[in-house]
Design a protein around this ligand. Structure first.
Ligand SMILES: Nc1nc2c(ncn2[C@@H]2O[C@H](COP(=O)(O)OP(=O)(O)OP(=O)(O)O)[C@@H](O)[C@H]2O)c(=O)[nH]1
Length: 362
């Protein structure tokens, strides 16, 4: 249980390293704004805390709060100037919590009021259930101080309201998370087939291309198109055409590895992006898919076939060019009679057996 909890908190801390989860510029801007607010909040908590300790002659906690507050302000300044700070929000949070608790232990009972913004900040920064797992022990640590410093009625009110603050903040954060993952799914998926959509494809293709450019990490792109799909629609109706598209995506998804992705590029054209895969291995997969589609009896009335084009980024000058070349290979396959796969020969030779050893499906 402990390990699972530790892993969850660690996972959430990593995930809440914000820039790691934010992918679109809009998400990054939103996270930056949220970071600024939270960092400002935590910096503000520490300044009056330092003042109170200083005014009662407790130099050590006063100095610690002052130094930390100054560090947080510098971090804020860096984020404003350079868009990223030297401390992540979880680190800032993990530095603030012990200081507030220590301040209470040092006899500054009014520091307990800073537990309220902290109970808001913990779920907001950690974003998931781990916020609760970190917030709850913090409250437990301060319970003795609450009952020691305040009369029982007041202590109970404070405790219940702190728990309430933590629960409401966690509940709100959970609702926000659920909504955003629902929206993200809608934004990146094609509603009919469940494949990822073209917009997401363009992002993923660009990132696969920059992995190739910067680190020479190879990927293969397969473009595929259903042959004579118009005839399917015309003869059997649009609904039958839709069923073919859904069955095709299901067949591809069943075959490819977890790391690979199938996208609906448009109409009856699809793309499959295969990380760490050579063109020759992708061609083997393309032919296997072609074979499986042909023998799958998706429609009892007529045989469905596909044509495919395979290409890696070594031959391309940009992500767009990569797509253009894979598409050109696909249309060569169409022109050569359909129900076949064509490749663009790669310009790189991976050392064998590495090239061969790369798995192409699960
Ligand atoms: N059922 C269905 N049909 C679609 C969908 N999107 C596009 N189409 C149809 O797909 C057909 C594509 O036809 P064409 O571009 O002529 O291609 P094709 O008949 O497959 O011919 P080739 O690609 O040359 O083999 C058109 O009739 C479109 O209406 C969809 O979501 N559902």
């Amino acid at each position: 249980m402990k390990r699972v909890l530790g892993e969850r908190i660690a996972g959430d801390l990593v995930a809440s390293g914000v820039s790691a989860v934010a992918s679109s510029p809009e998400e990054m801007r939103r996270d930056r704004r949220a970071n600024l607010h939270i960092l400002f909040l935590l910096a503000v908590i520490l300044a009056p805390l330092a003042y109170r300790h200083w005014s009662t002659g407790e130099w050590l906690p006063a100095a610690a709060a002052l130094v930390l507050s100054a560090v947080f302000v510098a971090n804020l300044w860096m984020i404003l100037r350079r868009r990223s700070g030297f401390l992540s929000p979880p680190t800032v949070l993990l530095l603030t919590i012990p200081l507030v608790i220590l301040s209470v232990m040092f006899g500054q009972e009014y520091s307990l009021f800073w537990m309220y913004p902290l109970m808001v900040a913990v779920p907001s920064i950690l974003r998931t259930g781990a916020g609760m797992w970190l917030g709850a022990p913090c409250l437990m640590v301060v319970i003795p101080a609450v009952f020691l410093e305040f009369e029982t009625g007041m202590a109970l009110i404070m405790l219940v309201s702190m728990i309430h603050t933590l629960l409401v903040s966690w509940w709100l954060m959970r609702a926000v998370n659920q909504q955003s993952s629902r929206y993200r799914n809608l934004v990146i998926h094609d509603a009919l087939t469940g494949a990822k959509n073209r917009r997401h494809f363009e992002e993923e293709l660009a990132s696969a291309f920059s992995l190739w450019q910067r680190h020479k990490r190879i990927s293969a792109l397969i473009m595929l198109d259903v042959d004579h799909f118009k005839a399917v629609n015309d003869e059997l109706g649009h609904a039958a055409g839709d069923e073919v598209l859904k069955a095709l995506v299901a067949l591809i998804q069943e075959r490819i590895r977890g790391a690979d992705t199938v996208f609906r590029y448009g109409g009856e054209e699809f793309a499959i992006l295969l990380p760490e895969t050579t063109v020759s291995r992708a061609l083997v997969l393309a032919n296997e898919l072609r074979d499986r589609v042909k023998t799958s009896h998706m429609l009892p009335e007529r045989r469905v076939t596909i044509s495919l084009g395979v290409c890696d980024p070594s031959v391309a000058e940009s992500a767009d060019d990569w797509l253009r070349q894979a598409d050109a290979a696909l249309y060569r396959a169409k022109a050569a009679g359909r129900d076949r796969a064509q490749q663009v020969a790669s310009l790189v030779q991976l050392p064998e057996p590495l090239g061969d050893a790369l798995p192409i499906w699960r």
